[in-house]
Design a protein around this ligand. Structure first.
Ligand code: PMP
Length: 409
């Protein structure tokens, strides 16, 4: 009889745990015990979907029609509406067939990584950066190359970093960038993104640009101009290079996190592969959400989303105004998105690590923030990420409590 080994989880599934999960479990415990927890953890706007989208969803559900499977890359009406969004925000000519509707930006990332990379391909990401890039790439068998992006380059990569990496370890098949970025909120200047796109074109490297925080820009970067009455929304990689993959979502600007709807703009060589993969992986994105999301591209919905962005800006100002009193160390510029990423500075001498600081802050003052280790395994033990998506009142309350916590003997 051959000896059979017991079944086991795959090695590829061993992605590192999120520290934020420990904090969130503590948040639930404190809330169950009746404490008023101010949570600055989740990157999640609290206002819900714009009214026109919510009303359309109610109509769609009441009609109860067209809610079967849709085409794998989404309904034609929504693909057309997303294409129109690129004309409106960027003056770009995008065809509906360039657009793949996906289950959030998360779904777009998985499909793109699968379609663009083979096991063993080397794909560069920023550190600090959004953990799902490296964890998903690693689970798919890619070799993740973390580029140390510090304050000197506003936590964004440069062609010089890519040259050094290639010289030291060989070619890169992919580069993932984000602007505004999570957790730092830093924006890519148009010239910086252009230089990265040029570098990728010259080196046969696939550029993947996560533009999920476009539209949430508080300080336009150098060279980032308003156009045709639109404020600066971000620079899209498709303004520079149609071989890039652009990733975006309804989750952040429109506040539709749980609707699980996003999209990718696909270069022509990847479209058929993504179509086949999407059909196999998830059949299609959610049908009701797709029908309702068409309304996200109406003037009323844009106006409502822009009002939410104004609230984020107010919350951001509250935090920035509190920085002198907080006496933390280096703080990322937070030019976009709704995150403040900060080195805890002298607080570290008292608490040892940002995880310990976060835990004690939560116990003492019921304020929840995320330790930096999730975003940066090398230096994240010094840093915290505060999400200011929750609204100015909650952010003001959090500031009061954090100052009280830090003033304790
Ligand atoms: N990219 C970035 C940078 C994010 O911060 C997030 C969500 N936190 C996502 C992608 C995924 O968003 P979703 O799947 O909800 O569209």
């Amino acid at each position: 009889m051959p000896a059979h080994l017991p079944p086991r989880p795959s090695a590829r599934s061993a992605v590192p745990p999120f520290r934020v999960m420990e904090i969130l479990a503590d948040v639930e415990r404190l809330r169950a015990a009746g404490r008023d927890v101010v949570s600055l953890c989740a990157g999640e706007p609290s206002g819900g979907a714009p009214g026109p989208v919510a009303q359309a969803a109610a109509r769609v559900h009441a009609r109860n029609e067209g809610l079967g499977y849709t085409p794998a890359l989404g309904i034609e009406q929504l693909r057309r509406a997303v294409a129109g969004h690129y004309a409106r925000w960027y003056g770009l000519d995008v065809r509906p067939e360039d657009v793949a509707i996906t289950t959030g930006a998360s779904g777009a990332l998985v499909l793109t990584f699968l379609a663009a990379f083979d096991a063993g391909d080397r794909v560069a990401v920023c550190r600090p950066g959004y953990p799902a890039y490296r964890n998903t790439l690693a689970a798919l068998g890619a070799e993740v190359v973390e580029l140390d992006c510090g304050a000197a380059t506003r936590f964004q990569p440069t062609p010089g970093m890519l040259d050094a990496e290639v010289a030291a370890h060989g070619p890169l098949q992919g580069l993932v960038v984000a602007g505004p970025a999570n957790p730092t909120g830093t924006v890519l200047e148009p010239a910086e993104l252009a230089a990265l796109a040029r570098w990728c074109a010259e080196h046969g490297t696939r550029l993947i640009s996560d533009e999920i925080y476009h539209g949430i820009v508080h300080t336009a970067p150098e060279g980032g101009a308003a156009r045709d009455g639109e404020p600066y929304r971000g620079t899209s990689a498709w303004e520079l290079d149609r071989d890039a993959v652009v990733i975006s979502s309804f989750s952040k600007y429109w506040g539709m996190t749980g609707w699980r709807l996003g999209w990718a703009l696909l270069p022509r060589d990847l479209a058929a592969a993504v179509d086949a993969l999407a059909g196999n992986l998830s059949l299609c994105p959610p049908a009701a959400a797709q029908q309702a999301a068409v309304e996200a591209f109406t003037a009323d919905a844009y106006a409502e989303a822009d009002r939410a962005v104004e609230q984020f800006a107010r919350s951001r100002n509250l935090l920035l105004d509190a920085l002198p009193a907080l006496r933390w160390g280096e703080v990322a510029p937070a030019d976009g998105a709704f995150y403040l990423y900060a080195d805890l500075g002298e607080q570290l001498e008292r608490h040892g690590s940002s995880l310990a600081w976060c835990r004690r802050l939560l116990e003492a003052e019921a304020v929840a923030v995320v330790p930096g280790l999730d975003f940066d395994a090398a230096r994240g033990h010094r840093a915290v990420r505060l999400s200011f998506a929750a609204g100015p009142d909650r952010v003001a309350e959090a500031v009061t409590r954090i100052l009280r916590f830090q003033a304790r003997p």
